[in-house]
Write a protein that binds this ligand. Structure first.
Ligand code: PBG
Length: 331
């Protein structure tokens, strides 16, 4: 059989919307998304993040409303980031029983037991120097940081978190957290590891949102060097061996090749973080009328799924959920 032109015409299956839908290989669904929420202490306070239109830091009570909103749109999961009352050298509020995240978890799980509450396990939002671990002689000390990071994950699990997501990029962190959780009876709390997290400029707006920019230096001595992909696969392999249940690639858009390679290399679920800078770019271009914002958003998110991500952390999650719902209703 000659499978070539003119017998074969690929345009045949592109002729109508129905045909295109019929042969579509990748489709976004609301169930793919994890919505990030920035939580501050206090009551009835909302501070918009200037570089991320539509995203705000919200006080505990409003975080519950945000979570409710996400759940009512059908979004299965949220990820929580905390902005503490006070920061110090050792990030004490990250692992305090009554820290802002621990409180948020309890409030949200009480109201919305079905919603998956995932927590970011890192110290950068809680340390006065803004680094993701403990500083010894001007350098982020790996092994000393592990103890505090494990304690952080444990307090999240104790408060009721459904999953913990270490994003600090310390070596051995997944093993340390897994051991601590298991010892304390949380054998069934999964770990979603930010395994391949690059030292990226695309976190810029997040650092405004979480007030977590480092006060000296940068994160290149622990986050990955952007040109490397084999090293990313090694990071993921190690995290899986240490007990990670889901591995993440972050950022997503500039690292689609990493997602695709990970999808081929491993049989576990792969997540991708469509980060703050990716969100900010689309919003800025949309606001200027330079891009069709909705189409750009959906095209980017579809590319992340097509590359192989089964779960997508995205600030777009709520608007996408609304668009998908409208589409379903034929709107
Ligand atoms: C670290 C953390 C960061 C993000 C998620 N967790 C920032 C960083 O490493 O500086 C970035 C997320 C985003 O840009 O949307 N706790």
């Amino acid at each position: 059989m000659v499978r070539t032109f003119p017998t074969l015409r690929l345009r045949r299956l592109r002729k109508t919307d129905t045909l295109r839908r019929f042969v579509r290989e990748t489709e976004l669904s609301v169930g793919d998304f994890i919505y990030p929420i920035f939580v501050t202490p206090g009551h009835d306070q909302r501070r918009d993040v200037e570089s991320m239109p539509g995203i705000a830091q919200v006080s505990l009570d409003l975080a519950v409303r945000e979570a409710e909103d996400a759940a009512s749109l059908g979004i299965p999961a949220i990820v929580l980031f905390g902005i503490p009352e006070k920061k110090d050298e050792v990030g004490s509020e990250a692992y305090a029983w009554d820290g802002v995240i621990q409180k948020a978890i309890r409030l949200i799980k009480k109201e919305l037991p079905e919603l998956l509450v995932i927590t970011d396990v890192c110290l950068c939002e809680y340390t006065s120097h803004g680094h993701c671990g403990i500083i010894v002689d001007g350098y982020v000390d790996n092994d000393k940081s592990l103890e505090l990071l494990s304690r952080t994950a444990l307090t999240h699990a104790e408060a009721g978190a459904d999953m913990v997501a270490p994003s600090n990029m310390m070596d051995g962190c997944v093993a340390a957290i897994r051991r601590t959780l298991d010892e304390e009876g949380f054998q069934l709390t999964p770990i979603m590891s930010y395994a391949a997290k690059y030292a990226s400029c695309f976190y810029g707006p997040f650092r405004e949102a979480a007030q977590s920019a480092p006060s000296f230096g940068d994160r290149r001595s622990y986050q990955m060097d952007p040109p490397n992909v084999r090293e990313a696969l090694l990071e993921m392999k190690l995290d899986l061996e240490e007990g990670a249940d889901i591995v993440m690639v972050k950022p997503a858009l500039a690292y689609l090749d990493v997602i695709a390679r990970a999808r081929e290399a491993f049989d576990c679920p792969i997540a991708a973080y469509n980060v703050s800078g990716e969100y900010a770019m689309v919003k800025a271009a949309g606001r200027n009328g330079w891009l069709d914002e909705k189409r750009a958003t959906l095209e980017i998110l579809t590319s992340i799924k097509r590359a192989g991500a089964g779960a997508i952390l995205s600030y777009h999650a709520k608007e996408v959920a609304r668009w998908l719902r409208e589409q379903q209703q034929g709107g």
